[in-house]
Design a protein around this ligand. Structure first.
Ligand SMILES: C[S@@+](CC[C@H](N)C(=O)[O-])C[C@H]1O[C@@H](n2cnc3c(N)ncnc32)[C@H](O)[C@@H]1O
Length: 295
């Protein structure tokens, strides 16, 4: 984003919002409301920039990838781990297509966010305490890449950090994902960093969609994540990679790979290979893990 400031939807004259619609964003403060709709919650995710990525997601975003998985893998009794699940929208899509899986774990490094109100500003912090966003009564501003934003909004950020300032914590899982977790004990979430070994129940499939992307990470960093994933899978377990390309006319790309003899073997890919398919082939187990993940 060249100038990381946007207009807050509903706070400017209508014609102006229409003319500059590309620069008008929904209010991310809706994530604090109990009665927030699925769509509004999802729209708020586009404003949440965390680590090197954005929590942007969508509904019905991976139909081809999910079919690739369902057609090629016996999922009854399976443990499915969805890393980088954001607000759970795409997990909900897949869960609704499945029957007798054993567990579905929505995993993400960023599931919580703190919001502190300082006058007319709401200051957002990620779970490491990094200042990630300020919402004013008419604008949104992202400080990470802008000295100007940090200068203009730094005062309220410093006030927000003062001891005793009341914080509101939001769980970044949307209403549909929460409802599924309430109703179905097999579904839960877990904080997990894709760059560290998985220490939860042994996955039958790990799905990674729109996280290991070249727009976020260098090839070396992506390969290191793939090697960590390889080490976290038992022999015969699967990795599903998905990316929603921004190339005009290109649909979602997906690849299904299986751990076989300490490396990934391709089982199925969409005609347009996933962006990082070549990197999946480079991942190899250099060090065998001392402990296999516990069932
Ligand atoms: C672009 S979203 C993808 C959401 C969803 N998978 C989809 O395809 O619509 C990327 C997600 O990865 C998460 N993320 C970023 N860094 C991560 C890390 N190191 N480990 C796990 N998740 C991470 C972000 O919090 C965000 O929810």
């Amino acid at each position: 984003m060249l100038l990381p400031i946007r207009l807050l939807k509903g706070s400017w004259p209508r014609p102006l919002e229409r003319w500059f619609s590309r620069f008008v964003w929904s209010d991310p403060l809706v994530i604090l409301r109990d009665d927030v709709s699925e769509e509004d919650f999802r729209a708020a995710m586009s404003a949440i920039h965390v680590g090197d990525t954005i929590k942007i997601t969508g509904r019905d975003r991976h139909p081809v990838a999910d079919d690739l998985l369902i057609e090629n893998v016996e999922l009854s009794g399976a443990t499915i781990v969805d890393i980088g699940a954001s607000d759970g929208s795409t997990s909900v899509d897949l869960i609704r297509k499945l029957d007798d899986f054993a567990r579905y774990i929505m995993a993400d490094l960023f599931f919580e966010i703190d919001v502190v109100e300082v006058g007319r500003h709401s200051v957002f912090f990620d779970n490491d305490g990094n200042w990630i966003l300020t919402v004013g009564h008419r604008i949104l501003a992202w400080p990470a890449d802008s000295a100007l934003v940090r200068l203009v909004f730094g005062r309220s950020e410093r006030r927000a950090r003062r001891p005793g300032m009341p914080q509101k914590r939001a769980l970044l899982l949307g209403p549909a994902a929460r409802e599924l977790m309430r109703r179905d004990q097999r579904i839960n979430y877990r904080v997990h960093d894709i760059f560290t070994p998985w220490d939860g129940p042994a996955p039958t499939v790990v799905k990674v969609a729109n996280l290991l992307r070249r727009l976020y990470f260098s090839d070396e960093v992506i390969v290191s994540a793939l090697q960590t994933l390889l080490g976290s899978l038992t022999e015969g377990a699967y990795l599903l990679i998905v990316d929603n390309s921004r190339i005009p006319g290109m649909g979602p790309r997906a690849g299904l790979y299986q751990r076989d003899d300490g490396k990934f073997t391709m089982i199925a890919e969409t005609p347009d290979r996933p962006e990082i398919a070549d990197l999946v082939g480079r991942a190899q187990l250099t060090v065998f893990p001392l402990d296999e993940p516990q069932p």
